[in-house]
Design a binder for this molecule. Structure first.
Ligand code: TRP
Ligand code: SF4
Length: 404
């Protein structure tokens, strides 16, 4: 169960393994832009994650990292609303992974579906490594270290968030039962002031005796809004509400990003490995050329041959880019052979160019000024580290590592 104030936190990462393209824009980035206004967001370049599969290509990360952050900025992610940082610059993630590794059964990692899937898919790489097996636990640490309530991910990552929840639950179970918990919880309640304490107790009773979910939510919100309560006491207050011990790590929920409808140039999912992408930095003449030469319904050999939009990847692009009027014009014109394929592609070409032009203008500014980008990243690293340290202090203490 996630705590109310961590509901406000969102964490997500992206691997710096290549240029961002329209698939990322429609599948991930537009969502991030929206989330940054609704939650406290932490978006990071997952360079350690990239190393788990690309350890043989150490030269790709540096440039890809800068380019990735530039593209984030260019599409409208605002460093004032979201911390943008680089995973390897926040070593606290690694320490938390190490600490969590003590309590995580090996079998939990072996049964994560991506473990076997990726080993089979990427046969050319040796992925029987300790780092690759541990990668979902690193991801768990990425999330838990910020006590994130929500993790925007695609379908393929849901199992990792589920593992994260299990890891947090086990941790809280082992380390949340501090001696004298009941007394410390009572002391924490007192710190909420008379009114707060009374309301908390009423809501707790309503939840524990009648299972009233609404009361639980209200009580969590009440705890979240307390100003004079330390982090440790907050964990006690949340844990005491739900009758578990101290809730040191918050269990996150995945926020499923709807599978992007953005197809690649061949109608398959847009992906670097299929070589069917339009990158965010694609020169605009190249965009035009790529779309002009896209395959269409093979039935339309000549202009007078009717076609079926359902069999045409260009139609999928219309679904992302065109309004109803144009879409009707396409279906009519295609089925009755009233328009030619080049004509049909024209509005898509225009829309993609219209979409990319301002993004590219923005990114040019940053490309010209890499120091500016570096300082944005440095600032994000700092913010992330400060937050990460707060959790780590609690985790170390819970595991008995404080007194030295
Ligand atoms: N594993 C994710 C991917 O390959 C990237 C990632 C790493 C991530 N850590 C994360 C996503 C934490 C969400 C939250 O796409
Ligand atoms: Fe595709 Fe349009 Fe040609 Fe029909 S007219 S086959 S939808 S490009």
């Amino acid at each position: 169960m996630s705590t109310a104030d961590s509901q406000q936190r969102v964490v997500s990462g992206m691997r710096p393994t290549g240029a961002l393209h329209l698939g990322h824009l429609h599948g991930v980035l537009k969502n991030w832009v929206k989330l940054q206004h609704e939650y406290e967001c932490f978006f990071f370049v997952a360079d350690w994650h990239a190393l788990t599969t690309h350890y043989g290509e150490p030269t790709i990360f540096e440039q890809n990292t800068v380019d990735m952050v530039i593209d984030w900025l260019a599409v409208g992610i605002n460093p004032g609303s979201a911390a943008l940082f680089v995973q390897s610059k926040v070593p606290e993630h690694a320490e938390l992974q190490l600490l969590l590794s003590m309590t995580t059964p090996l079998s939990w990692l072996e049964r994560v579906p991506s473990y076997k899937d990726q080993q089979e898919k990427l046969q050319e790489k040796e992925l029987g490594t300790y780092g690759f097996l541990g990668y979902p636990l690193l991801q768990a640490a990425d999330i838990l270290i910020y006590r994130a309530g929500l993790v925007p991910v695609g379908e393929d990552q849901v199992a990792h968030v589920e593992l994260t929840r299990e890891v947090a639950r086990r941790f809280n179970h082992i380390y949340g039962s501090e001696p004298g918990f009941e007394e410390s919880a009572h002391a924490a309640i007192k710190k909420m002031g008379k009114k707060g304490a009374k309301l908390y107790s009423q809501l707790r009773t309503a939840f524990q005796e009648q299972g009233n979910q609404n009361s639980l939510e209200k009580a969590k919100a009440l705890v979240a809004e307390q100003q004079n309560v330390s982090l440790g006491d907050r964990e006690r207050l949340y844990g005491y509400l739900e009758g578990v011990g101290k809730m040191i790590l918050a269990e996150p929920q995945s926020l499923l990003t709807p599978a992007s409808k953005m197809p690649g140039l061949d109608g398959q999912k847009m992906s670097k490995s299929y070589k069917n992408t339009i990158s965010l930095r694609e020169p605009l003449e190249e965009v035009e050329k790529k779309i002009r030469t896209m395959p269409t319904d093979p039935a339309r050999v000549r202009l007078k041959d009717p076609g079926d939009p359902g069999k045409c990847p260009v139609w999928q692009l219309h679904q992302t880019y065109s309004d109803e009027k144009i879409r009707n014009w396409v279906t009519e014109g295609c089925r009755k052979a009233g328009i030619g394929c080049l004509e049909c592609k024209k509005p898509v070409i225009n829309s993609v160019i219209e979409e990319l032009e301002p993004i590219q203008k923005e990114s040019e500014q940053y490309i010209k000024d890499p120091d500016m980008v570096r300082s944005i990243i440095a600032e994000g690293n700092e913010i992330a580290r400060d937050r990460a340290k707060e959790t780590l202090v609690e985790v170390r203490a819970a595991m008995g590592l404080t007194r030295w």
